[in-house]
Design a binder for this molecule. Structure first.
Ligand code: KMH
Ligand code: ZN
Length: 280
């Protein structure tokens, strides 16, 4: 393995962004798989997966996830990370559906560590919900990516470790720049990095224009980077990205200049202390 490979996570579509925001936003499993495969070929080693119904509405239906995963796995090896955040309108049971029903279980899934304002909505994650989700992950051997929208969520991570509901080394994703939550500023990222638990790995998902700026910082700081249409649909101000791969490729180029070659899926599993498993 090279010295300090960079894990690029691509989130090709979230629950909020629509084709009217960028016509390249994928909805169907086939469209999502196409975007994901191109992102992997451009350097991503984790795909954070949301699903949509055909009309573009957010969905946690297992069949949609299963079809996207099948199509992705036909072409590339990549760590699939299921979203358990879903949409703010989804119930806890809906959010957990793909985690409970996918067979085999996904290697990774996202786990948000607290309730947070989310634009004009509230992303609801009270303590008992977080604990239920963490237990479901543990039962299935799913590695959580801990989504940190606010600094207090770091304390929750430590509390869950003490309760035995999370086992290190932890992997955290600093999601910065959601309207209503912690802003996407360099000083906020530096603060969160200064609070990292021992042995933790981390990535950063900057929202909108913060994606590139914070991604560049993470490369320099030894962290990892998430990009994709869930977080940002522009290549630069006023210029929609042609696809998720364009955003991934830019991070891969910056990383190469800074001596951080992109990690393969196998290297990413080793860096995150996950079992090597080929699910092809
Ligand atoms: N769509 C947001 C409400 C996650 O994927 O785990 C939550 C979200 C986080 O996207
Ligand atoms: Zn997400």
């Amino acid at each position: 393995m090279s010295r300090n490979p960079l894990i690029i996570t691509c989130s090709p579509v979230g629950a909020e962004v629509m084709k009217k925001d960028n016509p390249a936003v994928p909805y169907t499993p086939a469209e999502i798989a196409r975007e994901a495969i191109a992102a992997v070929q451009a350097g991503a080693s984790i795909v954070h997966l949301h699903a949509r119904e055909e009309d573009g509405s957010p969905s946690q239906r297992t069949a949609l996830f299963a079809e996207a995963i099948r199509l992705i796995r036909q072409e590339v090896d990549v760590i699939i990370q299921i979203s358990t955040g879903g949409a703010v309108t989804a119930t806890p049971d809906e959010r957990l559906q793909p985690v409970r029903e996918l067979d085999p279980a996904p290697e990774m899934a996202s786990l948000t560590l607290g309730t947070v304002n989310f634009g004009n909505d509230v992303f609801w994650n009270p303590p008992d919900l977080i604990e239920t989700f963490a237990k479901e992950f543990q039962e299935r051997g799913i590695k959580p990516e801990l989504e940190i929208f606010e600094a207090g969520m770091m304390t929750t991570a430590q509390r869950l470790v003490k309760k035995g509901l999370l086992t290190g080394p932890l992997h955290l994703d600093f999601v910065l720049g959601v309207p209503g939550a912690m802003a996407g500023t360099p000083s906020n990222l530096m603060y969160l990095v200064s609070q990292l638990p021992q042995d933790a790995t981390w990535t950063v998902a900057g929202i909108g224009a913060a994606e590139l700026k914070l991604g560049a910082m993470a490369i320099a700081l030894g962290g990892h980077v998430r990009v994709g249409f869930e977080d940002n649909v522009f290549y630069r101000k006023g210029e929609p990205a042609t696809g998720n791969a364009q955003l991934v490729a830019r991070i891969a180029r910056l990383a190469a200049e800074l001596d951080r070659p992109v990690a393969t899926a196998e290297e990413a599993r080793a860096l995150l202390k996950m079992p090597q498993r080929s699910l092809a």
